[in-house]
Design a protein around this ligand. Structure first.
Ligand code: FAD
Length: 400
C-alpha cells in the first residue's frame, strides 16, 4: 500500500487524508500545533462545492449548522436601507467544517505537535524531517501547511504573501448586545456599507457553543480599509516598537490604534455597525494578501490549499479551494496509482489554472469593493461577494 505523509492537520490536510485513504493509501498526518484546532474562525461562506467534497470525504455536514440569511442590505451612513436584494447565504463557523472532517480521520494516524523542518527526496521515496527530531518516509508528501508553508519555502523560497494595499478589521459581539431595532433589521441579512474607498460587511453567525437559535447567536463585522505601507507598519507595530509585518497577534494591537479605528467607525459606518465595533473587546486585524505559487508539484511533493494559493477574502473560498485541491489530487492518483509523478503533473496543471484564476478573481472583486465612489457599483459588489457560484465564476474569469 503506498504511503502519504500529510503535513498540516487543518482542513486541507484532513481533506487530503480522507480522500487518499478512500483510494487505498496509507496516510499519516503531522500537525505542528499540539492543541485543538476547532476554535479558529468565524463567518465562513459555505458553498455547495464544499458540501459535495465533504460528503465524498465521509464527513457529513449538516447544512442547517450555519445561520441562514435571506437578504443582502445596503445601508447608508445613517443606517437607513438604500437597497435590498434577495439572496440566500449561510454563515458558518470553522468548527462545523473542521470537526466532522477531524472525526472522519482516525486518531491513530494524526500526530499533533510535530512540526516539519525539511523534506528530502531520493528516487521514489520522500523523507520528512521533524523539528523535534525523527524522520518519516513515504511515497508522497502532501504539503497542507498553510500560507507560510515550510515546504513551499524550501522549494520556492522567493514566493511569499504579497500585501494587497488594504486591511480588514474583524469584530464580533453576542447578538443580545444589538439594539432591538438593529436586531430586527440585521438578523436575516448580510448588511453592507460603502464609506468612500472602504466597505463593511456584517452578518449573524453561530454563537457560543455553535448555537444558531435566535437570541443566542453572534454578530460579525468585517471592515475593509486601505492602508499605505507606512500606515500598515504603524498598525502592525506593537507598544514595544516591534513591527509584526503582515500579522499582529490581536492582544498586541496598540490601544491608540484601536481607539482611532473606533473613532473612524463612528464617523464612517452606520451607527449599529459602529456600535458592534465599539463593543468588541478584542478586534482582529488582518493584512489582505495575495499568494500565488508558480508550481504545485516537486518530484514526490505536492502543495495543497493555502500553501499554494491564498485568495482575498472577497471570494470566501479558502476552505472550498483546499477541498477541491484534495479531490483533484485523489482523483489523479486514483486514475494512475502506479505512476505518481504523472498523476502529480496532471494535478499541478489543473490546480495551478484554478488557483491563478481564483486569485485574479478575488483581486478583481477587491478592487471593485474598494473603488472610489462613482466607479463603484455597490449592488454588483453585494451580489458577487462570497462568489456564490465559485467554480463557474472563477472558470469564466480564467477563460476571458
Ligand atoms: C480570519 C479568516 C477568515 C476566513 N474566512 C474564510 C471564509 O469565509 N471561507 C473560506 O473558505 N475560507 C476562509 N478563510 C480561509 C481558510 O481558513 C483557509 O483558506 C483554510 O484554512 C486553508 O486551509 P489549509 O489547510 O490549506 O491551511 P491552514 O488552515 O492555514 O492550515 C495549515 C496547518 O498547517 C500547520 N502547519 C504549519 N506549518 C507546519 C509545519 N511546519 N509542520 C506541521 N504542520 C504545520 C498549521 O498549524 C495549520 O494547522 C479565512 C481565513 C482567515 C484567517
Amino acid at each position: 500500500m503506498p504511503r502519504a505523509l500529510v503535513i498540516g492537520g487543518s482542513v486541507g490536510g484532513l481533506f487530503a487524508a480522507c480522500l487518499l485513504r478512500e483510494i487505498g493509501w496509507d496516510v499519516a498526518v503531522f500537525e505542528k500545533s499540539a492543541g485543538d484546532l476547532s476554535g479558529r474562525g468565524a463567518g465562513l461562506g459555505l458553498s455547495s462545492e464544499l458540501f459535495a467534497v465533504m460528503r465524498r470525504a465521509g464527513a457529513e455536514m449538516n447544512p442547517a449548522i450555519g445561520v441562514p440569511c435571506t437578504w443582502l442590505l445596503q445601508l447608508d451612513r445613517s443606517g437607513a436601507v438604500l437597497s435590498r436584494i434577495e439572496r440566500a447565504w449561510t454563515a458558518g463557523i470553522w468548527s462545523r467544517v473542521y470537526q466532522p472532517l477531524r472525526a472522519a480521520v482516525p486518531n491513530a494516524i494524526v500526530h499533533p505537535g510535530r512540526a516539519l523542518e525539511r523534506v528530502q527526496q531520493g528516487g521514489a521515496r520522500v523523507v520528512a524531517h521533524f523539528a523535534s527530531g525523527g524522520t518519516e518516509a513515504g511515497d508522497l508528501l502532501v504539503a497542507c501547511d498553510g500560507a507560510l508553508s515550510t515546504v513551499r519555502r524550501q522549494f520556492l523560497p522567493e514566493v511569499e504573501p504579497r500585501y494587497a494595499g488594504y486591511v480588514a478589521w474583524r469584530c464580533l459581539v453576542e447578538e443580545q448586545f444589538l439594539s432591538a431595532d438593529a436586531h430586527a433589521l440585521l438578523s436575516d441579512a448580510l448588511a453592507y456599507s460603502f464609506p468612500p474607498g472602504e466597505m463593511s460587511l456584517s452578518m449573524p453567525i453561530p454563537g457560543r457553543g455553535d448555537d444558531v437559535r435566535p437570541g443566542h447567536r453572534s454578530y460579525y463585522v468585517i471592515w475593509y480599509r486601505p492602508a499605505r505601507p507606512d500606515q500598515l507598519r504603524d498598525l502592525m507595530t506593537d507598544r514595544s516598537g516591534r513591527d509584526h509585518g503582515l500579522a499582529i497577534p490581536p492582544p498586541l494591537i496598540r490601544a491608540d490604534v484601536m481607539a482611532a479605528m473606533r473613532r473612524d467607525a463612528v464617523a464612517l459606518l452606520p451607527p449599529m455597525i459602529a456600535d458592534v465595533i465599539a463593543r468588541t473587546e478584542q478586534p482582529l486585524l488582518q493584512a489582505i494578501t495575495d499568494l500565488e505559487a508558480p508550481r504545485m508539484a516537486f518530484g514526490r511533493v505536492a502543495l495543497l490549499g493555502d500553501a499554494a494559493f491564498v485568495a482575498r477574502p472577497h471570494v470566501a473560498a479558502g476552505i472550498t479551494k483546499a477541498a477541491l485541491d484534495a479531490a483533484a489530487l485523489a482523483e489523479e492518483l486514483g486514475s494512475s496509482p502506479s505512476d505518481i509523478s504523472s498523476a502529480l503533473a496532471r494535478y499541478e496543471a489543473k490546480r495551478l489554472t484554478f488557483g491563478r484564476a481564483l486569485v485574479a478573481y478575488s483581486r478583481k472583486l477587491g478592487a471593485a469593493s474598494l473603488a472610489p465612489d462613482g466607479m463603484r457599483d455597490p449592488e454588483r459588489v453585494m451580489r458577487e461577494y462570497g462568489a456564490p457560484h465559485l467554480v463557474h465564476d472563477v472558470e469564466r474569469t480564467a477563460h476571458r
